[in-house]
Design a protein around this ligand. Structure first.
Ligand code: BGC
Length: 759
């Protein structure tokens, strides 16, 4: 069998090749079976991720209640703008959901008032400070609801970012607050499920809600410095700040992990075992109330007496029960590696190492950071260096950094470095018309990728290193598309909450809500459903999940990220990726890393200590990369300590590939402004395109793209070896795709029928 497709010689490599070669099999719509089953997953996830923040005996509402609805949100927000936007198959808004749940919506009734607040949010913009507070209209409407004397007042918050909930939390007239984030197309139905008691709430907040924006240690630096953001708070982000720094606890309205149930539980740790490199806490959860319900258990550590400073409490593991009937119990095993307790020393005697500090480690279990019991503790006699990768992202301009006692001091100065280059070898100058071997031969075990690359000119290799504008009007572009070498045009699509295209798809809840389920199994299911939808609609790679950290409550993309804690981000992303990829579709973890502000994302520099960057902003990526092996990583627009992420050698080649062993593809975020050659030199394989063959693409190709890369090679700024290495990774990426496998199969079928005919 000779696996060769009829070769089309590419004269003048260009987008036309992608257009010819990347055609879609069908303009596929989802099957009815998919729509139905995924609606059920989305609804269950939405109901389980909403957090009931306050309930003064008001919820669940009695069956068939008459409800006066104050929809101050205006329109319902199933999700946010940008890469998470979906054209939904179905949207059940909150009025629709209340009706579905059997309530009668009756403006005249004084029985129950349901007041819906809303906040939109989108990529490319941060949220305004005005949006943090209740608006005048919201305050007036709430005052009217109170003076009209409703029996029960329930506030439902359909918001993409945290808001000041202090006035509602403190107000005795507000009987219940349900925080729904952006709950997706089935979100209104899920609100109905929770308010009616069909589902007992079990979601929790994955971010701390403080009383004022100024209470967040990141607030002073969030808007003020255009383009340069000093991460002065260090590792004290979110609850790590509020639970550690003297005087900060009182500023919290609802702490990390807060979320109520209709039932009551006891959580009893059965002791901590420290076997080998793992710590295990078996915890028994008993339902002592009257409602069948699920309960998540969060396990934290608290270190004291060490050489270094540590946050007062840090999340280490979590798990969730099945639905437990009243009077019944379930025992959960919470396990985490000892390595997770290590801190990264970026300035002390062990600088550049992960160190298990000396001192006492308490292990705590419970729910929110404020609601825990001690399960056990252990001592470490002297600091133990676990790994010593060295300093890779030194902060050279961070003037000061926060300490655990609330004071600040300066940080040391160091510079990133990268190895020098060997002289560049010569490559074929003239393109071959009919290559002797193609990627199909590689797949058949008859050739190697190196042999395919040996036939390429520099131009052809560079062609593989930038993405091509979308062929499908609804996709986000393709990668590969060198037909004569059998390199398919792998089709990518957004995004985190569903397949973003103009044909309808399931609108899943946003990431912040999904993470709030504290249910890794459910995250896997959502990933599987997204993988199925990508496959059914003929995409190869999903540009999701996003797992940056909620550094400040007003980042325009917080809804798209899992929360303020790196363990939650890492576990949620791992399960999501495993789910998507189990369907033969690639996942892309993004935006690597520190894209924690949107307004200035294209040119922003995070100036951040390496300890904070590794422990808070990279840890989730590390877990997802090591434990789920995503096909791709998307480098972020912003920079870290002077280098944009796509051109950050320490970040991509040093940490991602060198330390974590990532062997997949790194693509940039869409239309970055750094020259291609600098990205390739850093280990970033592909620069992704704009939407169309417009002015921007012309600029990229002329000024930032391959011709400039050729010049950089001629001056030995860029190694041909780096170009080749990235081209080789593109080939490996293409070979995993559905498209390539389909083409391979159809060629094999053609070959089979040809040999039959010849017999
Ligand atoms: C976003 C990415 C997205 C890409 C393609 C960018 O603007 O930051 O998250 O995947 O566009 O739509």
């Amino acid at each position: 069998m000779r696996l060769r497709r009829e070769m089309k010689n590419i004269v003048g490599i260009g987008i036309a090749a992608a257009a010819l070669f990347g055609g879609f099999a069908t303009a596929a719509t989802l099957s009815d079976a998919t729509v139905r089953s995924h609606a059920a997953v989305a609804r269950r996830a939405a109901a389980e991720g909403m957090a009931l923040l306050k309930n003064e005996g008001v919820l669940p509402l009695p069956r068939g209640s008459r409800v006066a609805l104050f929809n101050l949100a205006g329109e319902y927000h199933p999700g946010g703008g940008g890469s998470s936007k979906v054209k939904p198959v179905r949207v059940v808004d909150i009025p629709g959901g209340l009706k579905e749940a059997g309530f009668s919506v009756d403006p005249e009734s004084r029985e129950t008032a349901v007041v819906v607040l809303g906040r939109s949010s989108t990529e490319g913009n941060d949220c305004s400070e005005a949006a943090w507070e209740l608006s005048v209209k919201e305050r007036e409407s709430l005052a009217k609801v109170k003076s009209d004397g409703y029996g029960r007042v329930v506030v439902v918050c359909n918001c993409g970012h945290a808001i000041n909930l202090g006035p509602l939390a403190d107000d005795p007239a507000v009987g219940a607050i349900l925080w729904t984030w952006f709950p997706g197309g089935e979100g209104g139905a899920a609100v109905g499920d929770v308010l009616s008691g069909k589902v007992s709430p079990s979601g929790r907040l994955t971010a701390t809600f403080a009383r004022s924006l100024a209470d967040y240690p990141t607030h002073a630096t969030f808007h003020a410095y255009r383009g340069v953001v000093p991460y002065e708070e260090g590792v004290f982000v979110g609850y790590r700040y509020f639970e550690t720094i003297p005087g900060a606890k009182e500023k919290v309205v609802y702490p990390f992990g807060h979320g109520l149930s209709y039932s009551t539980f006891t959580v009893t740790p059965g002791g901590v075992s420290f076997g080998g490199d793992e710590i295990t806490v078996a915890t028994t959860v008993s339902n002592t109330g009257t409602d069948p319900a699920r309960r998540s258990v969060l396990c934290y550590s608290s270190a004291r007496g060490g050489e270094a400073e540590h946050p007062a409490i840090e999340l280490r593991a979590y798990a969730k029960t099945r639905i437990i009937a009243p009077g019944e119990s379930e025992t959960l095993r919470l396990v985490f590696p000892k390595r997770d307790l290590a801190y990264f020393d970026d300035e002390g005697v062990h600088a550049g190492a992960w160190v298990l500090d000396k001192g006492t480690y308490d292990i705590l279990v419970g729910g929110s950071v404020r609601d825990v019991v001690k399960a056990g503790s252990f001592e470490v006699g002297k600091p133990e260096v676990l790994e010593a990768p060295g300093i890779r992202l030194a902060a050279d301009r961070l003037a000061r950094r926060l300490h655990a006692d609330g004071t600040y001091s300066g940080t040391p100065v160091a510079y990133q470095s990268r190895p020098g280059l060997e002289p560049n070898p010569k490559l074929p100058a003239k393109a071959v018309e009919n290559p002797a071997v193609t990627l199909y031969d590689v797949a058949a075990g008859k050739a190697t990728i190196d042999e395919v690359l040996d036939q390429m000119t520099l131009k052809e290799m560079l062609f593989l290193l930038y993405g091509h504008p979308k062929v499908d009007p609804h996709g986000t572009g393709s990668i590969g598309a060198l037909e004569k070498f059998g390199i398919s045009a792998v089709q990518t699509c957004d995004g985190p909450a569903g397949i973003r295209r103009s044909v309808e798809s399931t609108y899943f809840p946003c990431a912040a809500l999904l993470a709030g389920t504290f249910d890794p199994v459910l995250l896997r299911e959502v990933g599987e459903a997204l993988g199925d939808e990508a496959a059914e609609t003929d995409f190869d790679v999903l540009l999701a999940p996003g797992l940056c950290i909620h550094r400040h409550p007003l980042c325009g993309r917080n809804f798209e990220y899992f929360g303020e804690d790196p363990l939650v981000a890492g576990v949620s992303a791992r399960e999501y990726v495993l789910g998507v990829q189990s369907r033969g579709v690639g996942a892309t973890v993004k935006h690597f890393a520190g894209n924690n502000r949107e307004e200035t994302r294209r040119y922003e520099q995070d100036v951040v200590g390496e300890r904070a960057f590794r422990e808070i902003y990279l840890r989730g990526f590390e877990r997802a990369v090591k434990e789920a092996r995503p096909w791709a990583v998307m480098s972020a627009y912003n920079g870290v300590n002077g280098y944009n992420c796509g051109e950050n050698y320490g970040l991509i080649t040093g940490i991602l590939r060198g330390e974590w062993g990532f062997d997949g593809l790194v693509m940039t975020d869409w239309h970055t402004t750094v020259p291609l050659w600098r990205e390739v030199a850093a280990g970033n394989d592909v620069k992704m395109p704009d939407d169309c063959e417009g002015t921007y693409m012309k600029f990229v190709k002329k000024d930032l793209g391959p011709s400039q890369a050729e010049f950089a090679i001629s001056r030995n700024f860029l190694a041909v070896a780096s170009v080749r290495e990235s081209a080789s990774r593109v080939c490996r990426f293409v070979m995993k795709s559905r498209r390539f496998r389909r083409e391979l199969e159809s060629l094999a079928a053609k070959d089979r029928s040809a040999s039959k005919a010849a017999e």
